[in-house]
Write a protein that binds this ligand. Structure first.
Ligand code: FES
Length: 166
């Protein structure tokens, strides 16, 4: 092999190895960018239990898996909802609240004896109907749409709520 063809050979090997490294590095990035196009559609309503599991006048915590913007979200897609059963104009009704405080997103706790939601992070307080009773929260708890189908309570699937700031 003469020196010129050896130089050409080494140049081509360098280009090929560089292209291989670029493909190995670039494939995950392209996959990340294209993943939303191939994600299966989310079920619009998610079953969270039988209506009979919720006592009238009580507020109960249920676990739910939220649709996540990331396919590999794993455990971080697991969240919870506070479900309040009540009657409204004589009919069965529910309020389904996101567990996240509307201030900075900490999970709120339900204090049954005081009938208040309490946020452990900065002292936010909400009434049983989700309206703000005190502290820094700028708005009531986020509510989910719900429906009853064949004796089962179902809530509309949605991403975790966030507060838009100006
Ligand atoms: S996160 Fe709840 S009061 Fe700040």
């Amino acid at each position: 092999m003469d020196p010129v063809s050896r130089r050409r050979f080494l140049s081509r090997v360098t280009v090929a190895v560089s292209a291989l490294i670029a493909a190995l590095v670039g494939a995950p990035i392209v996959g990340y960018l294209l993943a939303p196009l191939f994600r299966p559609p989310q079920a619009e309503f998610v079953d969270i239990g039988a209506v009979a599991d919720f006592d009238l006048g009580e507020t109960k915590l249920v676990s739910v898996r939220d649709p996540s913007p990331l396919a590999w979200a794993g455990q971080t897609a697991a969240t919870a909802l506070w479900v309040r059963r009540r009657t409204l104009e004589g009919a069965d009704a529910f309020q389904v609240f996101s567990v996240n405080c509307t201030h900075l997103g900490c999970p709120v706790n339900w204090n049954a004896s005081a009938k208040l939601f309490l946020c452990p992070c900065h002292g936010g307080v909400y009434y049983a109907d989700g309206t703000v009773a005190g502290g820094p929260p700028p708005r009531p708890l986020f509510e989910r749409e719900w429906e009853i189908a064949r004796g089962r309570l179902r809530v509309k699937a949605q991403r975790l709520p966030t507060v838009k700031r100006g």
